[in-house]
Design a protein around this ligand. Structure first.
Ligand code: TXA
Ligand code: MG
Length: 316
C-alpha cells in the first residue's frame, strides 16, 4: 500500500466508514484517525504508529454538542472552556461514556476530547456519524507532522489516504487539561496558553509527577529526532561542539554554524511554534551532527515550545 495525498473529503469519509485509518489535518499537527467507536479500527492506529497500548488517544468531534456522545458529565468550567476555546487546540480529559472503547483510553475511565479548528477536519467530522480517535500521525516517539508530506515521508507505505489541509497553522499539539475531582490540572502545555485558560476558569494546577498514564506528551523522551539535541543558551553551548557540524534552531537570529533554522525573525512566538517541528525535521534530515536549540521565554506558547524541545533532547 502507498498513500495517496489529496483533498477528497468524500474519499476520507468512505475509508473511515469502512474501518480504515486516514491521516487528517488539524490546526495543530496531522492526526492518524479512525472511528473512535470501533475497537478494530482503533487497533490499526496503534499498529501503524507502533504506539504502546498504555498511551491513550484523543477523540475529535465536529460540533461542541457531540461531546455528549463520548463524555458522561461535564465538570465545573468545562462548558466555559468549550465556549472559549472550541474549535481550537484545547483537549479536555473528562469522564468517558461506556460507548468509548477502552482501547481508545488505555483502560482509563476518562477520555481526552477536542474539536479541531481546521475547515477540512470539521467538514470531515460533520459528515461522519462517529467521532475520530487520532494521535499525531508519526511513528511513536518521533517529531509530529505539520504537513501532508511529513506524514507521507514516514507512514506513506502503511496508510491508504492522507487528507491534505496544507501546513498546520498552530504547529504544536493541543494543550491537555483534566478535571481531577477538585480542580483542573495541566497534562501537557500546547497550542492554547495556560494563561488564557486561567483567564477563563482560574488556577490550573501542574500535574503531579506520577500521573497515570504516562501520557506520551509526558514521557521524558518524545518528539525526538534521530540526531542529538541540546537546548539552552546557544552561545554558551557552541564551544562544546567546536569539532562538529552544528545546526541551530534559533528564535530570531542566525549563528555562525553549519546550518541555521531561524524560526521567527520578527519575534512572533506563534510563527516560531508553527515552524518548530518542520525545522527539527529539516535539521534531522540534513548533514549536521548535532542540533542546538535556543530556550524560549517560558510563557504563553513558549512553554509548549520549551516542553517539546526538552523532550526532543531527552536521552532515550
Ligand atoms: O493537537 C493534538 O492534540 C494532536 C492532534 C492530532 O489533535 N493529537 C495529539 O495526540 O497530540 P497524541 O496521541 O500525540 O497525544 C495524545 C495525548 C497523550 O499525551 C495522551 O496520553 C493524552 O493525550 N491523553 C489522552 N487521553 C487521556 C486521558 N484519558 N488521560 C490523560 N491523558 C490523556
Ligand atoms: Mg504524539
Amino acid at each position: 500500500m502507498s498513500a495517496s495525498i489529496g483533498t477528497d473529503v468524500a474519499r476520507a469519509v468512505a475509508l473511515l466508514q469502512g474501518g480504515s485509518v486516514v491521516a487528517i489535518p488539524t490546526e495543530t499537527v496531522y492526526g492518524l484517525a479512525a472511528n473512535a467507536f470501533d475497537p478494530e479500527a482503533v487497533l490499526h492506529i496503534f499498529t501503524t504508529k507502533q504506539r504502546p497500548s498504555f498511551d491513550p488517544l484523543i477523540v475529535h468531534i465536529g460540533r461542541p454538542a457531540d461531546v455528549h456522545a463520548v463524555v458522561r458529565e461535564l465538570p465545573p468550567g468545562a462548558e466555559e472552556l468549550m465556549r472559549a476555546f472550541w474549535p481550537g487546540p484545547l483537549t479536555l480529559v473528562l469522564p468517558k461514556r461506556p460507548e468509548v472503547p477502552y482501547i481508545v483510553t488505555s483502560g482509563l475511565d476518562t477520555v481526552g476530547v477536542r474539536m479541531p479548528a481546521h475547515p477540512l477536519a470539521l467538514d470531515l467530522l460533520q459528515r461522519l456519524d462517529f467521532p475520530l480517535a487520532a494521535p499525531s500521525a508519526n511513528p511513536f516517539g518521533y517529531v509530529s507532522p505539520t504537513t501532508a508530506q511529513h506524514v507521507a515521508d514516514q507512514l506513506g507505505e502503511a496508510i491508504p489516504y492522507i487528507l491534505d489541509g496544507g501546513a498546520c497553522a498552530v504547529g504544536v499539539e493541543s494543550t491537555i487539561i483534566g478535571w481531577d475531582g477538585t480542580c483542573w490540572v495541566l497534562y501537557r502545555p500546547g497550542g492554547v496558553p495556560v494563561e488564557a485558560i486561567e483567564a477563563v476558569i482560574g488556577r490550573v494546577d501542574a500535574a503531579a509527577k506520577q500521573v497515570v498514564p504516562a501520557a506520551p506528551g509526558m514521557l521524558e523522551s518524545h518528539y525526538a529526532p534521530r540526531k542529538p539535541v541540546h537546548v539552552g543558551d546557544v552561545d554558551g553551548l557552541l564551544p562544546l561542539f567546536a569539532d562538529k557540524r552544528v545546526g541551530v534552531i534559533g528564535f530570531q537570529r542566525a549563528f555562525a554554524v553549519h546550518r541555521n533554522e531561524v524560526l521567527a525573525p520578527n519575534g512572533s512566538i506563534e510563527d516560531a511554534a508553527r515552524d518548530l517541528f518542520a525545522a527539527l525535521r529539516a535539521l534531522d534530515a540534513s548533514d549536521v551532527d548535532v542540533i542546538l536549540a535556543e530556550r524560549f521565554p517560558d510563557e504563553g506558547l513558549g512553554r509548549a515550545i520549551n516542553d517539546r524541545l526538552r523532550r526532543a533532547a531527552a536521552k532515550r
